[in-house]
Design a protein around this ligand. Structure first.
Ligand SMILES: C[S@@+](CC[C@H](N)C(=O)[O-])C[C@H]1O[C@@H](n2cnc3c(N)ncnc32)[C@H](O)[C@@H]1O
Length: 226
């Protein structure tokens, strides 16, 4: 199974030895399966709220484990059917929480809940790799409010859709820019198109909350592309 460009970019960020990778809102688990295949972590935990999806994924993983006859399932992977906001992170271990492919509002809520429901020792060594669908400005504002710092950010264009991949942790002091900063390359036509799409969208939103959305527009206009 070939990963999409977006999931492949996330997969590439998991390059250092890690104890646990949480593939949150995993759906069919494509990302986690790719991580398992290349032994990217000691354990991959798949989490989704839909029981049938998780039952199918668990059967698949059991079949693969049986065929390979190598790793015991409880050691290398785990499937959890639950709300991602309720996951309990391990303490004093290196872990990466990936949340991708859900709307920005939900994604931010899940990050807030994970932080609220876990101890400082657990979240301190946790890296979050986040890829929201839309509303990235609000996600970035929220990440700043939580005190998370930027590790990396990138823009991925797939099937004419744009995705921001934002990597953050409490161990970074770099402020998360509300518009994104390091990810932009205005010599790339796709990036100019994405910025224009955002401006068009926020111009349409002006009648909902003029003061807020005018600030959003001004911030995006402040990014130099000409
Ligand atoms: C479009 S899929 C994303 C799949 C994959 N992460 C990706 O980026 O391609 C979104 C998944 O999020 C799951 N989901 C939505 N809200 C959730 C929650 N609160 N807790 C766990 N899973 C959730 C849905 O069941 C769905 O399978």
């Amino acid at each position: 199974m070939k990963l999409s460009k977006r999931l492949s970019a996330i997969d590439s960020l998991i390059a250092q030895p890690t104890d646990i990778v949480w593939d949150c809102c995993c759906d069919h688990g494509y990302l986690g399966l790719a991580l398992l295949k290349r032994n990217a972590a000691k354990k991959v935990i798949f989490v989704d709220i839909v029981p049938t999806l998780m039952a199918d994924l668990e059967s698949l993983l059991m079949r693969v484990s049986a065929q390979q006859n190598s790793h015991s399932s409880s050691e290398q992977w785990q499937v959890m059917c639950k709300d991602v906001g309720r996951i309990l992170l391990g303490k004093n271990i290196k872990q990466t929480v990936v949340i991708a492919g859900v709307g920005g509002e939900l994604l931010l809520k899940l990050v807030q809940q994970i932080i609220a429901n876990n101890s400082i020792e657990s979240v301190q060594n946790t890296r979050f790799i986040l890829c929201p669908v839309h509303h990235t400005y609000d996600v970035r504002v929220g990440l700043n409010m939580l005190g998370l710092g930027l590790i990396s950010e990138q823009l991925v264009c797939e099937n004419k859709r744009f995705y921001e991949i934002i990597e953050v942790s409490f161990n970074s002091n770099t402020k998360v820019s509300c518009t994104g900063l390091h990810m932009w390359d205005f010599t790339n036509k796709e990036h100019i198109t994405y910025k224009q799409q955002l401006l068009n969208h926020y111009n349409k939103m002006l009648n909902k909350d003029e003061v807020y959305y005018q600030k959003v527009i001004t911030d995006y206009q402040g990014l130099a592309d000409s």
